[in-house]
Design a protein around this ligand. Sequence first.
Ligand code: SF4
Length: 294
Amino acid sequence: MTRNPFIYSEPLYRPPSEAYSLIIQATYGCSHNKCSFCTMYKTKKYVVKPIDEIKNDIDAFRIHLSYVKRIFIADGDAFSMPTDMLIEMLGYIKKKFPECERISIYASPKSVLEKTDEELNLIKSAGLELVYLGIESGDSKTLKSIRKEIDSDGMIEVCKRLKNAKFTLSVTLIAGINGQNSWREHAVNSGKLISQIEPDYLGILTLIISPGCELYNKLRVGEFIEATSKDILNEIKVIIENIDVKKPLIFRANHASNYLNLSGTFPEDKRFLLDEINLALKTADGFEKKYRRL
Ligand code: SF4
């Protein structure tokens, strides 16, 4: 009997921009699973599904779905699956869904570093178009403290290698990741890192601390002090001030976690985005009372 591919191993996450995409769950969990703020895959052991099982899912999706425009490969860093398997899966997707216009995936920095440039080129040629990468911060001290296990130079190398292989690159930063400490270093260095890598898309999320992660334990004993909404606005402002790109960069800070919805395209909307934040900051005291998290 064919397995129902719509029954996913929960929890299942995808980027906001993949809301209407078909999700093919090729791996479970995250091979890194150590970031101090992240609880997404704490209940899952990292597993790469057997290729036959993935192909069965693809076959079953094809039976149920007459038209698929976009496909997202889950879970957390499915890019870490063995290159030959990834290429075989992409070939099978292309064969079964010839109408699909974009295949995308989550990657961790380690999963990129483990692949050679030649492998990256082969994966791109096999049909993978867009890679989502959680940079979180451009500041090496911050990256160390959140257990990302890479410094800012390593992160730049990861991004440049993905760009050299001609992937569309979508990255995220986290506002409030240092709480009320060292936020300026995080903000300045994050803006500078974005300027160096020139990704195609940048999203800024705001830190939400959930039970089950290391940061939650620090919060409970007073070792981590959360940033206020006003701090977050100031932090995003400094990040934006330090972004200097020549090529168009589509920017979004409109995730449910964000206090202020922002969207635009760098470089032309930089002034507009800063004006929006300055306006919000003028009324930030009332804003603070209204939106402060308990
Ligand atoms: S790499 Fe991503 S999914 Fe994995 S632990 Fe870190 S934030 Fe979570």
